[in-house]
Design a protein around this ligand. Structure first.
Ligand SMILES: [Zn+2]
Length: 320
């Protein structure tokens, strides 16, 4: 049986799993990411992992990494929350050790691929996926595939929604991420409540809103207004069949869904909304599944390209 090793490289944990061709996890292992921060430790552990799973016929490795990736070369430009990985040729490093193909993409792209193939967007070929957390990760699936550039494209969180907005982690100003990120929501709640320190978790604002507390409700109303306007733009561009929301902040999905839908409806071009679904992400291990499916897709595409090359007629030599 052909299987793939999918690796989900998160801020707190690195999860790895053996996944079959239809996206089912057969074995899973979880590490603390602090253990594997250094390049040496990372490649060493992945090598050990492959050896542990040697009874499986692993065809390729897929990795979802938390940062800006050169997907063409499989190298890391940088990881915002993991220092020391600037300009790392991760694909080359790992292929040398593992002796099998390795493919890397941005984690949001990987999550989106898993949700469209196996989760909340199953059966859909056009989807917008967002991870609502500290930041705003995004991905676009078109014709069933991740929209790809040379680097990890679809940095949706860094679309400007307010030209006079505050500074964003990307270096720009007024990005949608500065309105939907969990830190912004906590700070906005603190301002509205006129309290000294903000609550620690967004869940608190969610719980307060459920009991009808005014300031908490305002936070979610504003959140939905900005996110809805932003999504309307994405809908007008990509005409998705489904919008899938994941990440910690999506815990409040049932609460903000009607507000968000209202904001989308008020802004998007109405024909684009026909049949559009707005759903919450479904998969627990989207990172592992998506990374493995990426490896499968890329390996198949590489094989097709090689075979097409072989079929080309060899040039005819004409001797004088
Ligand atoms: Zn930004």
């Amino acid at each position: 049986m052909k299987v793939f090793l999918g690796i989900d490289w998160g801020g707190t944990y690195i999860k790895a799993g053996i996944v079959n061709s239809s996206g089912k996890i057969l074995k899973k292992i979880v590490y603390s990411s602090s253990q594997l921060k250094r390049r040496q430790a990372f490649t060493g552990e992945i090598k050990r992992l492959k050896d542990t799973f040697k009874k499986y016929n692993i065809k390729a490795v897929g990795i979802g990494a938390p940062g800006i990736i050169n997907v063409e070369r499989g190298s890391i430009y940088y990881l915002p929350n993991v220092p020391g990985w600037e300009n790392s040729p991760l694909k080359t490093m790992l292929e040398k050790e593992l002796k099998i193909p390795v493919f890397i993409d941005n984690d949001a792209n990987i999550f989106a691929l898993a949700e469209v193939r196996k989760g909340a967007g199953r059966g859909m070929s056009r989807a917008i996926f967002l991870t609502l957390g500290t930041g705003l990760g995004g991905a676009v699936i078109f014709n069933g595939q991740i929209i790809e550039g040379k680097t990890s494209a679809s940095e949706l969180g860094h679309v400007v929604i307010d030209v006079n907005g505050k500074k964003c982690g990307c270096g720009g100003y007024g990005c949608i991420e500065t309105f939907t990120g969990s830190n912004h929501l906590l700070e906005r709640y603190r301002q509205l409540k006129k309290i000294k320190t903000a609550p620690k978790e967004v869940k608190e604002i969610f719980d307060k809103a459920k009991t009808g507390k005014k300031e908490a409700l305002i936070v979610w109303q504003e959140f939905s207004k900005y996110l809805g306007k932003f999504l309307a733009g994405m809908i007008n561009i990509f005409n998705p069949q489904v919008i899938i929301l994941g990440g910690g902040v999506s815990g409040a999905f049932n609460l903000f869904r009607p507000l968000l839908w209202q904001a989308i409806k008020a802004q998007a071009m109405w024909p684009q909304l026909t049949g559009l679904k707005l759903v919450k992400a479904k998969l627990k291990d989207a990172g592992i599944i998506g990374a493995a499916l990426l490896a499968k897709d890329k390996l198949e595409a590489d094989t097709r390209a090689t075979n097409a090359d072989k079929r080309k007629p060899s040039p005819v030599r004409i001797s004088a």
